[in-house]
Structures are given as structure tokens and as C-alpha cells.
Write a new protein. Structure first.
Length: 258
């Protein structure tokens, strides 16, 4: 099945936010990783076969303009909530990938009854009680994304022979990550205290070979959210939706459709 995607921008907080949209049915907003997102993914197409899928680019990442004032993932969360309101979308489900999971969790904590389902995939935003979130400043622009995969073939299939343009894009993503999530690095000191108010059913997904976010962080999410279940995906790294797209899309589809 060929999925037809449309592209648009919307003025949010004085910034043009880019988003792609495809499919029909209940709306799912996908929030991408700190390394940005490829233009197309089999995972996105799989979700769009069942849902109205919106993939936004965080301000300063990808094709969205930079909001110079932005300093925290909670700012990105507020802008994505504004985007949904501007599009006339209510009762959406949130799918957050890595850094995007932190943003999704912030959105849910700020509006505890607004979102139909919450899915967090290898999410940052929590200080792991066991281990540390990998500091990308210690790795090259190529080695950090590659570290997110268990399957080298999956990385190659998506990124191929990594181009100079892609390396430059990852450089910009890194700059924005540091601008919004540097001290403390990739976690919030306040979010864990706010998660207990979230009413939305939640699904926590973690790859069994995630070398970027320790699984202990996902256990904290699963415990803090009052209505959460957790699933570990086998032979899967941090970038689960690219490493095991069919398995992750199936888990999310079944959960959101339930």
C-alpha cells in the first residue's frame, strides 16, 4: 500500500513549524528523536495505514524554523500542543521516540486528560536510577546515530553511505539538543513528580539492546504513570522504530486502536 503524505507549515509562537500528515482515523502525533527524522520511514507508513498520522519537526530541527527563545523540551511540548489546537485536532494519541518521548511526557503532564493514548519509546526525560544516558558530545556525529541501532543493516538501509548533508543535519540537531537539554543532560528534575497526574493509558517500549537510554529509565516511567504497561523489544536498539519497524508499529497500532 502506498501512503500519500502531505507537507505543510503552521505559524506557532512566531515560528514556522513543519509537519507531514497522512492516513485517516484517530489522530496520532509522532514526536521525533534528538537526531531528527528521515523524510520517510516504513514505521510512519505502517501507522498511517490505520491512523491519521502527524509527524512534526521540532523547532530548530529538520524543516522547522528555529525559535531563538526556546530553552527546554517543555517549550517544544507547548508548541506541539499549540500545533494540534491550530489543526483542530482533539483526543490525539502521542507517540514519542527517544527525546520525543520526553516531549510527549511533558505534553501529557501539562494536560493530564487531553490525550487518548501515550506511547514512549526508549524515552529520555528521566534520570536513570541505574546507568547514564549516553552523552552524544563524547561521540562523533556518525557514531552517535549508529549507536542507536542493534542491526547495522537497518542503519545502512535508512542512511546508506552517510552524506555530508546528513552529517551537517545531525550537527544542527546536536546544537538544538544542547540548547534545550544540556544541564542536566537529557532529563528533567521535575517531570517525575508530575507524571502521576496523567490519566491517559500509556505504553512504554524499550529495545533490549538500547545503548543510549538505560532500561531503568523506562521502568521509572512505567511506575510513575498510573495506567502504564511496558514491553521490551528483542534484538532492538534505541532507535526502535527504525531497528524493528514492523514489531514496534504492530505494538503501537494494537495499543492505540484498543
Amino acid at each position: 500500500m502506498t501512503v500519500a503524505w502531505t507537507e505543510a507549515t503552521k505559524d506557532i509562537a512566531g515560528t514556522k513549524m513543519f509537519f507531514k500528515r497522512a492516513g485517516s482515523g484517530p489522530t496520532v502525533l509522532v514526536l521525533h528523536r534528538d537526531i531528527g527524522t528521515p523524510d520517510s520511514l516504513a514505521f510512519y507508513d505502517a501507522l498511517a495505514e490505520k491512523f491519521d498520522v502527524i509527524v512534526s519537526h521540532h523547532p530548530g530541527w529538520g524543516k522547522s524554523e528555529r525559535a531563538e527563545w526556546m530553552r527546554h523540551p517543555r517549550d517544544i511540548a507547548a508548541m506541539n500542543a499549540w500545533l494540534l489546537t491550530g489543526l483542530g485536532v482533539s483526543d490525539a494519541s502521542l507517540v514519542g521516540l527517544g527525546f520525543g518521548g520526553w516531549i510527549a511526557a511533558e505534553m501529557a503532564s501539562l494536560a493530564p486528560t487531553q490525550y487518548r493514548r501515550l506511547v514512549l519509546v526508549g524515552s529520555m526525560g528521566i534520570n536513570p536510577p541505574d546507568g547514564y544516558i549516553t552523552d552524544q558530545a563524547l561521540l562523533s556525529y556518525l557514531d552517535y546515530p549508529r549507536m542507536g541501532f542493534h542491526n547495522e543493516a537497518a542503519f545502512t538501509a535508512i542512511y546508506g553511505d552517510v552524506s555530508i548533508d546528513q552529517l551537517e543535519a545531525w550537527d544542527l540537531c546536536r546544537e538544538m539538543s544542547f540548547r534545550t537539554a544540556w544541564k542536566p543532560y537529557m532529563y528533567s528534575q521535575t517531570l517525575p513528580h508530575l507524571l502521576g497526574g496523567v490519566q491517559s493509558p500509556a505504553l512504554i517500549i524499550h529495545g533490549d539492546d538500547d545503548r543510549i537510554v538505560p532500561i531503568s529509565a523506562s521502568h521509572v516511567y512505567a511506575k510513575a504513570l498510573r495506567n502504564a504497561t511496558m514491553t521490551v523489544v528483542a534484538e532492538c536498539g534505541h532507535c526502535a522504530e527504525m531497528d524493528q519497524p514492523a514489531a514496534v508499529a504492530k505494538l503501537i497500532t494494537q495499543f492505540v486502536a484498543s
